[in-house]
Design a protein around this ligand. Structure first.
Ligand code: DGT
Ligand code: CA
Ligand code: CA
Ligand code: ZN
Length: 584
């Protein structure tokens, strides 16, 4: 099938990887950056890239795409491969790119380890560390080596779980495509993905189809299939090239709700529901909820009609329970009460977003237009502060000019309030990156940790506490700085932070970027229970990043967050009043 083929995505990955390989090979920085730049331009491209198949000139007219890149892209669109990339790839050992993935290891270091210690894979690196074999590599102290060993351990524990933001679009595409096949009446994904866990083990898909064998056959031809692991009459498992497993099960339409409930899990939630059924003289399985007649043979095999099976709602209702949204099926609470959780539609403001003034890809005007198109009543423009050099953070002079520009745009724009804000670095000792006088001029301050993310928990707690207590700070951005599967981030005492945040009326952010999802669900839960304000922000650096909102919202829902808990759900007047309450 052609659906999960997305040439734009594939090209982005190719150009990014090309940048890394060039860097490993010691190419000059200009070439490296040019390659990454192409990836970023493609990232922002709206519309179908295949229209450029035979139009290298058209591509070249796009800012950031040079002649040779344009030709590479056309070749790829025409043939499905990129010989220049393959040639580059052949020059580095296969395992070396994985070494580059280890947090804290840049291309220069990896190159040096390759040259001086013969490291060609993560296994080589582990062995070199164990044998004290990195001694010949320049600038490799014991502390650096210990950090690398830690990172390898972390990566191993992260295992093969796929980040939510990678799995979700993939699953949606497969569901859309299979769903358009003739005879398919219901189709949905289930499992941990539907529950919105931040990483997922595999993708579970359920379908009802008149012609199960043809659907299953079609499923096996999904683009990017590396291996068919199992193919039966009603069940099929495939593994995609990226190592992600997808399970498809075809079930009877009359039992779709029961199956969806069963395969959504969690397993622990299912166990509790079954116990509940048994206490009420019933039996619950993936075919439905039945009266328990004491027979061993399962009721569905004896032609017995279920009490409920078609929809999840009907089954929860027959068990005397409120409908549980998938995010709350983790067996963390009693089953009796389910709050009205926050939804994407409840979000009315974006309070953390970047422009080209720092490392965003949108101009101020473009960012405002994008936020307006989403129907938000308020947008806070929060570019990076001066210490974030790599993100082109603004020094005081540039920030003052930026504030003026934002105020002007706010005056010129109808239908949305544009606030002058900043994402201010929380320095490693808890001080902020601008002085108070400057902070006080901003309508909104997001304070975030970006560096020193391996500091010990005590220091991290003190550092974040200082920012929470700072009278001019509204929101703590991505409080731990974790990157899913890549770095654990800070481990402050969350209870202490939450208590202070409640006391100082400071919000804690759920950064909706699917690589972050920080706060994570359990932290959200603790914060919500304590009455702490939650902010859900996309941290948009590009138009498409506004779509990250769903990951932030799903994480919030897993933490039992309601609209009343979330500052982004406030009516404009209330939100602005809260922001002003932290101004002299
Ligand atoms: P994952 O894929 O590891 O992120 O987690 P899940 O929750 O998607 O688990 P998975 O894919 O093994 O199975 C999907 C759902 O199917 C799971 O959430 C509950 C249900 N399930 C699977 N095996 C069992 C089982 O042995 N007992 C019960 N009660 N439910 C099961
Ligand atoms: Ca699963
Ligand atoms: Ca599964
Ligand atoms: Zn940011």
């Amino acid at each position: 099938m052609s659906t999960s083929s997305d040439p734009r995505r594939e090209l982005i990955a190719l150009f990014d990887e090309m940048g890394s390989i060039l860097e490993l090979l010691g190419a000059n920085g200009f070439k490296v950056n040019a390659s990454r730049k192409v990836a970023r331009v493609l990232e922002d491209m709206t519309g179908d890239i295949t229209r450029f198949r035979d139009d290298a000139k058209g591509l070249q007219a796009i800012d950031g795409i040079g002649k040779s890149s344009a030709e590479k892209i056309c070749t790829y669109l025409q043939t499905g491969s990129m010989p220049d990339f393959e040639k580059l790839l052949a020059q580095v050992p296969e395992g070396l790119l994985a070494v580059l993935e280890i947090p804290g290891l840049g291309p220069k270091t990896v190159r040096a380890m390759w040259e001086h210690a013969g490291v060609e894979s993560v296994a080589d690196l582990e062995k070199a560390i164990a044998d004290d074999g990195l001694g010949d590599v320049p600038r490799m102290g014991p502390k650096t080596i210990a950090n690398i060993a830690d990172s390898i351990e972390f990566l191993k524990k992260a295992g093969d779980r796929t980040p939510l933001g990678t799995a979700w679009p993939l699953a949606e595409k497969i569901v859309d495509h299979l769903g358009s096949r003739p005879g398919v009446s219901r189709i949905a994904f289930a499992g941990s993905l539907r529950r919105g866990r931040d990483t997922i083990g595999d993708i579970d898909i359920l379908a009802c189809c008149e012609d199960a064998p043809s659907l299953i056959e079609h499923f096996q031809s999904t683009k990017g299939v590396e291996k068919v692991l199992l193919a039966g009459d009603t069940k099929c498992s495939i593994r995609l090239e990226r190592g992600i497993q997808v399970d498809l099960r075809v079930v009877a339409e009359s039992a779709f709700g029961a199956a969806l409930m069963y395969f959504t899990g969690s397993k622990e939630h299912n166990v509790r529901l079954r116990e509940r059924a048994i206490k009420a003289g019933m039996r619950l399985n993936e075919y439905g909820l039945f009266t328990d007649d004491g027979e061993d043979e399962p009721p569905q095999n004896r032609g017995i009609e279920p009490i409920a099976s078609e929809t999840e709602e009907s089954i929860y209702a027959a068990l005397g329970l409120p409908m549980h949204p998938p995010e709350l099926r983790e067996d963390r609470d009693d089953l009796e009460s389910v709050p009205e959780l926050v939804t994407i539609e409840d979000i009315k403001a974006e309070l953390h977003a970047h422009t080209t003034a720092s490392d965003g890809h949108l101009s101020l005007e473009e960012l405002v237009a994008a936020a307006k198109a989403r129907g938000f009543h308020t947008l806070a423009v929060t570019d990076h502060s001066r210490s974030s050099v790599q993100a082109n953070g603004l020094d005081e002079k540039r920030l003052l000019a930026h504030i003026d520009a934002i105020r002007q745009v706010n005056e010129d724009t109808e239908g949305i309030t544009v606030l002058a804000g900043s994402e201010v670095d929380i320095l490693s000792d808890g001080r902020l990156d601008y002085d108070d006088e400057l902070l006080a001029r901003l309508d909104l301050v997001v304070a975030s940790p970006h560096v020193a993310l391996t500091q010990d928990p005590k220091k991290a707690t003190a550092r974040l506490l200082a920012a929470i207590r700072h009278p001019l700070v509204h929101i703590i951005g991505h409080p731990t700085g974790r990157i899913i599967n890549r770095r654990p981030g800070l481990s402050p005492d969350m209870d202490t932070l939450i208590e202070a945040a409640v006391e100082c009326d400071t919000a804690l952010e759920i950064n909706a970027n699917p690589q972050r999802l920080d706060l994570r669900d359990v932290h959200v839960r603790a914060a919500v229970d304590a009455g702490c304000r939650i902010s859900i922000d996309t941290d948009a650096h590009a138009e498409s990043h506004f779509d990250f909102l769903r990951y932030g919202v799903i994480t919030a829902r897993r933490g039992r967050c309601t609209p009343a808990d979330c500052v982004n759900c406030m009516p404009a007047a209330d939100l602005h009043a809260w922001l002003k309450s932290k101004r002299p």
